[in-house]
Design a protein around this ligand. Structure first.
Ligand SMILES: Cc1cc2nc3c(=O)[nH]c(=O)nc-3n(C[C@H](O)[C@H](O)[C@H](O)COP(=O)(O)O)c2cc1C
Length: 218
């Protein structure tokens, strides 16, 4: 069984949470994959779940063209031993966001998540569904209607509740991304167990040589 955590924030209307649920339902449809939702407010009581997960999917609304403040506070907690001890190295990572604007500058939000994951030595998985609504033949009902690939991009009208926004096409795009993450993580974990390698990283276990951690610097 592979465990996949979805760490997300959702403050305004619960629209990011809708996508988090869609991703979890996609993950849970894969045999041997189990999706776990963790709101950023509940991270403190879920560190062992996160450390034990083989994949972590990041989700944040786009606020002022960025991840939300609460999501960033969660990420800054990783700058301690998670970063220093490479605790999340080789976990699968991915991300999703929603904004009111079609763009809303949400690419920046996914780029931030990609950088956070890279600093933790995680393996970023993009969103593979071909972009929809590309031509006069397309529509808002198309999967990946925003045409984004770094992660799942959704759009929710700012005057609508999370019962209807984001629309079904975005929810289904998110669900299928959950299926994808479930498959990729299962394959990766299987591959790791059938072809294990000695760890190649310097500094591991070598306290004399490694960079100083935050606890030492503060
Ligand atoms: C403080 C704040 C800042 C926002 N900034 C943006 C923005 O930069 N671009 C945009 O398109 N929408 C922006 N929005 C709209 C949200 O991205 C959108 O409503 C989103 O679906 C909210 O998700 P949530 O209900 O999970 O919090 C902002 C909303 C709030 C409350």
């Amino acid at each position: 069984m592979v465990n996949i955590s979805i760490v997300y924030d959702s403050n305004f209307k619960g629209q990011t949470e809708v996508l988090a649920n869609s991703i979890a339902s996609g993950i849970n449809s894969i045999k041997n994959a189990s999706g776990h939702l963790v709101h950023v407010d509940k991270v403190e009581e879920n560190w062992s779940l996160l450390h034990g997960s083989q994949a972590i999917v990041f989700g944040s609304p786009t606020y002022i063209g960025s991840v939300s403040g609460k999501f960033k506070l969660f990420v800054e907690k990783l700058a301690g031993e998670v970063w220093l001890k490479r605790m999340w190295k080789n976990k699968i990572a991915s991300g999703f966001t929603v904004s009111a604007g079609r763009s809303g500058d949400k690419l920046n939000c996914l780029n931030q998540m990609f950088i956070f994951a890279s600093q933790m030595a995680m393996i970023w998985v993009p969103q593979p569904i071909l972009g929809g609504h590309y031509s006069s033949e397309g529509s808002e009902n198309d999967l990946n209607r925003i045409g984004g690939y770094v992660g799942v991009m959704a759009q929710a009208n700012i005057d609508e509740s999370c019962e209807i926004a984001p629309p079904q096409s975005d929810r289904e795009t998110a669900r299928l991304h959950g299926v994808h993450i479930g498959c990729i993580t299962s394959q990766f974990v299987c591959g790791q167990s059938s072809m294990p390698f000695e760890d190649e990283a310097p500094f591991e276990g070598d306290v004399e040589q490694r960079p100083l951690g935050l606890a030492e610097l503060f």
